[in-house]
Design a protein. Structure first.
Length: 266
């Protein structure tokens, strides 16, 4: 059994084809998926997906790229996190990639928003789904300052260095690898994947984005997460079944109640 720990099934490209996508997931033995929320306005759609399917779960949060989105509050996130099938806070974090002519000081609104999510995670006891791009030092700094270890979570779609991975692990976080690990120019990332302990690894598609090789450039779906698992197995020199079992167990431990502890590759 495989679990896609991060996908965007509420995106227009995927939700319009949901029956087809769910059938493809079952055929690929992708039995569970975490549907990620990126704005408060999107939450109702994401939550409905989770409520309508025994094998889907969801998060609540506002993505750092959503600059003009309605701002979350700690109290509001905690209330939504208490709803059935909501198992995580996020995705949240920092993204300076599109900073343009602005300075890091100008991105204080992102850091403030991130702190709201961290505090909500602590208050709710739900793990964080962290997005970081071109901002790893500040991302780690906020997590340390806010004492995020009580909630834990995952650095999703990891593309940072081994040093950043080590710091995230030290803070109690898991590391999730996406289809990027299969790209031809991703040797440094594969070295990071080799370094991260198996019991702290997750796999994801981040669909509809970042389809793994040999599907790069095509629409991505959770059915492709076994391709990510296969590359992780190659990197670690382990059987594919071991990767499936370990990442499923890690997902179940990080997001309690989502996967029976007796589950294995089907």
């Amino acid at each position: 059994m495989f679990v896609d720990s991060h996908c965007h099934l509420s995106s227009p490209e995927l939700i319009a084809r949901l029956p087809e996508i769910r059938a493809a997931m079952r055929a690929a033995h992708v039995d569970k998926a975490l549907c990620i929320c990126t704005t408060l306005d999107e939450f109702e759609r994401v939550h409905a997906l989770a409520l309508g399917d025994d094998d889907l779960w969801c998060s609540v949060g506002v993505h750092p790229d959503e600059e003009d989105s309605r701002e979350p509050t700690v109290e509001g996130l905690v209330a939504l996190a208490a709803l059935p099938k909501v198992v995580a806070i996020g995705e949240t974090g920092l993204d300076y990639y599109r900073i343009g002519d602005r300075s890091v000081d100008d991105m204080a609104w992102q850091r403030d928003r991130f702190r709201v999510h961290v505090r909500a995670a602590r208050a709710s006891g739900k793990p964080l789904v962290v997005h970081t791009r071109s901002a790893s030092l500040d991302t780690l700094g906020v997590l340390r300052e806010e004492q995020s270890g009580a909630a834990g979570g995952v650095f999703h779609c990891f593309t940072e260095t081994a040093e950043v991975a080590r710091a995230a692990l030290d803070l109690g976080f898991h590391i999730s690898f996406s289809g990027i690990i299969t790209f031809k120019n991703a040797d440094e990332l594969r070295a990071v994947a080799e370094f991260v302990p198996l019991d702290r690894c997750l796999i994801e598609t981040d669909s509809p984005y970042l389809a793994p090789m040999p599907l790069r450039g095509k629409l991505n779906t959770p059915a492709n997460v076994p391709l990510v698992a296969a590359k992780l197995a190659e990197v670690k020199g382990l059987p594919l079944e071991r990767i499936a079992e370990a990442t499923t167990a890690n997902f179940a431990r990080l997001f309690p109640g989502t996967v029976p502890r007796s589950s294995s590759v089907s």
